[in-house]
Unconditional design. Structure first.
Length: 228
């Protein structure tokens, strides 16, 4: 077991590192949300542009970027699902980035974490599909023709069950590989060269959060589309 800062506490060292990192990330997100709310002020104040570069501008750029990202994929449904998709993206991204800091074990390096996020996405889009279409949502598992139902049902069920598995395995595999490569080069050449891999690692952290969120939005759009 490699060292993490959590091992300095006799109370925390008995808990798995990925659980502690995920909890720390959740706490950090809560603090950032409170801070963002504080600097935004009232709705009336938020409409007035800040006179100079500030922390409020930083949060505004993040919100506007995520809003544009969600709207580009889900169009008119984007604003409905913006909070959950944005939270998913930021949560995964921050957990990924923890792997770039010495003394931290990122939660996304653990298969339990990535599969649980994939399962959350799976439950979310199926619940939203049922909410949008009612019991008619189940019909698309049976295929276009009723006599094809015995063939289509197992195929559709397997397809659905593979989605959270593929989301979790993709995130786990890419983040584990990225952080392993970074650790190897840090051991071989502690100065200079690792900067390149830190930059590459940061890019991978962003891309993996982006892909996970993008696929989750695609599944949401497919589940809630009105052509079922």
């Amino acid at each position: 077991m490699h060292f993490t800062w959590f091992h300095l506490s006799s109370v925390l060292e008995k808990y798995p590192d990925h659980v502690l990192t995920a909890g720390f990330c959740t706490l950090l997100l809560a603090v950032l949300c409170v801070l963002a709310k504080a600097v935004a002020g009232t709705p009336e104040q938020a409409l007035i542009p800040a006179p100079k570069i500030s922390l409020r501008n930083f949060f505004e750029v993040i919100v506007e970027s995520l809003t544009g990202f969600v709207d580009s994929v889900m169009s008119h449904d984007g604003q409905v699902y913006l909070p959950v998709v944005a939270t998913m993206f930021i949560y995964i991204f921050i957990n990924n980035v923890f792997g770039l800091f010495p003394g931290f074990s990122p939660a996304t390096d653990n298969l339990n974490t990535t599969l649980s996020i994939g399962l959350f996405s799976f439950v979310l889009y199926n619940i939203e599909g049922l909410r949008a279409h009612g019991i008619a949502y189940v019909k698309h598992f049976l295929g276009p023709l009723i006599w094809l139902a015995p063939l289509m049902l197992p195929i559709e069920l397997i397809s659905q069950l593979v989605r959270p598995l593929s989301l979790g395995l993709r995130l786990f595999g890419n983040m584990t590989g990225d952080h392993t490569v970074l650790s190897i080069f840090l051991d071989l050449v502690p100065l200079g060269i690792p900067i390149i891999f830190y930059a590459l690692g940061l890019f991978v952290c962003f891309v993996q959060a982006f892909v996970f969120s993008l696929l989750s939005m695609v599944y949401l759009s497919m589940a809630t589309a009105h052509d079922h």
